[in-house]
Design a protein around this ligand. Structure first.
Ligand code: IFM
Length: 449
């Protein structure tokens, strides 16, 4: 048997996000978020599910942290709900919201679990959406104020901070395709939105640093490798453009201080609202980057897509490949390929894998969940992390998505990513076989193939 081992100080954690687990959507002074509004009013969520109760983590966080402790996890990545802290998105602060996260952080630290905070995992205050949300340049300042207040209260105990979660996902799904909140389909708005997200990231970094001298600050990018569907020149160009749109457009301003030249050329007719000094501001030095990676994406040439002439092939299936319940190809080298880009293209920063994991159709049988396919998935991807470490990539830790089954956005509760099973009727938590396997890994720093 071969053993795959990791450094002693490697941080083994799990991840989750506020709207997906907390519930308590209108309790203790919390304001409405765009996801509250979207799930309550749009027909785009499977079975009409909402995050109103979700995993009831807001009331059960002590129990959840106790379980993490029992499972020997060393770190936990969670996000803060902006409207819980500032119900209107700016101005008045909700002390009860701050107190909740303060108690969560204390519970984690008392259990020897390192918190990693993400400030924005998609639940924008609805009040800011009424002011045009991410399409309004002022949002950079509003985000900076929110970051500042949060870091002022938690910065004496939280060391690891990230500003955004997957900017390209919430901007494309929210403003280009309309499948996520706020449900807008407006290509002309999309590019200003993307630029304002990058600007807000910078304001967040500056604000966190101003409040906490010990903070280590980064952001979280999802960077799937993009493959052409065929070897044709047209498909290869399409893949390059899609990589520019989804990956380089967000990684490069933040990590190397410029937008990709090829994209700027293509997007010239749009007259993007990039002002003098913006890129210098966006290019804040970072202590680390968070990488989310699940699979690779295939792309083909499509002359009907204005300017880009590229389209993602979501239905593309390879005869010998395996797929998760999301229909995502299980392709472990994706993680290695994405990690290598940091060294080869983007300045070689320290990296945490902030999300990786899989949804499967898990079932409880006699009180147990045997999710061997998830363990196999994890082994495959973690071998690729080891391969990247061997190539000198500075990978510092790994956060498995997700700690428990939760609200999977437009899919509602139909997709189970957790290593802890949730019975949504009783809220009973049952660690799956993968959670027990991950406990061993977290304790011993390695696994047998
Ligand atoms: O559940 C999501 C998470 O909110 C963001 N990254 C991908 C996960 C799985 O789709």
């Amino acid at each position: 048997m071969t053993r795959v081992s990791f450094p002693d100080d490697f941080l083994w954690g799990t991840a989750a996000a506020s709207y997906q687990i907390e519930g308590a959507w209108d309790e203790d002074g919390k304001g409405e978020s765009i996801w509250d509004r979207f799930t309550h009013t749009s027909s785009k969520i499977k079975h009409g599910d909402t995050g109103d109760v979700a995993c009831d983590h807001y009331h059960r966080f002590q129990e959840d942290v106790a379980l993490m402790r029992e499972l020997k996890f060393k770190a936990y990545r969670f996000s803060i709900s902006w409207p819980r802290i500032m119900p209107q998105g700016k101005g008045k602060v909700n002390q009860k919201g701050l107190d909740f996260y303060s108690r969560l952080v204390d519970a984690l630290l008392d259990s020897g679990i390192t918190p990693l905070v993400t400030l924005y995992h998609w639940d924008l205050p609805q009040a800011l959406q009424e002011k045009d949300g991410w399409a309004n340049r002022d949002i950079a300042r509003w985000f900076g104020d929110y970051a500042s207040i949060t870091a002022r209260h938690l910065g004496n105990r939280v060391k690891l901070w990230t500003t955004m979660n997957e900017p390209q996902i919430f901007s494309t799904l929210g403003y280009l395709i309309g499948e996520h909140a706020p449900g807008i389909i407006d290509p002309l708005k999309y590019f200003p939105v993307s630029h304002h997200i990058n600007l807000a990231h910078a304001e967040g970094v500056v604000a966190i640093r101003a409040e906490s001298s010990t903070a280590q600050v980064g952001t979280v990018l999802q960077l799937p490798p993009i493959y052409p569907r065929t070897d044709s020149e047209q498909d290869q160009r399409a893949a390059r453009i899609m990589d520019g749109l989804l990956n380089r457009w967000y990684a490069e301003p933040v990590l190397i201080g410029s937008y990709p030249e090829d994209m700027l050329e293509i997007l010239k007719p749009l007259n993007l609202p990039i002002e003098e000094g913006d890129l210098e501001r966006i290019h804040q030095p970072l202590d680390f980057v968070g990488l989310n990676c699940y699979t690779r994406i295939f792309v083909h040439h499509d002359k009907n897509v204005p300017m880009l002439e590229a389209m993602i092939d979501l239905e593309h299936r390879l005869p010998d490949a395996r797929y998760t319940a999301m229909g995502w190809e299980i392709y472990p080298p994706a993680l290695y390929e994405s990690l290598m880009r940091f060294k080869n293209e983007w300045g070689d920063p320290p990296v945490y894998v902030t999300e990786n994991g899989a949804a499967f159709d898990d079932e409880v049988v006699n009180g147990e969940v045997d999710d061997q396919p998830r363990i196999d998935y994890l082994k495959g991807y973690l071998r690729e992390v080891r391969r990247a470490l061997d190539e000198g990539i500075k990978v510092k830790g790994y956060f498995l998505w997700s700690f428990m089954d939760n609200f999977e956005w437009a899919f509602g509760y139909t997709k189970r990513f957790g290593i802890v099973h949730i019975d949504l009727n009783t809220q009973k938590r049952t660690p799956k076989k993968s959670a027990l396997w991950y406990r061993e890994l977290s304790e011993n720093g390695g696994f047998e193939l």
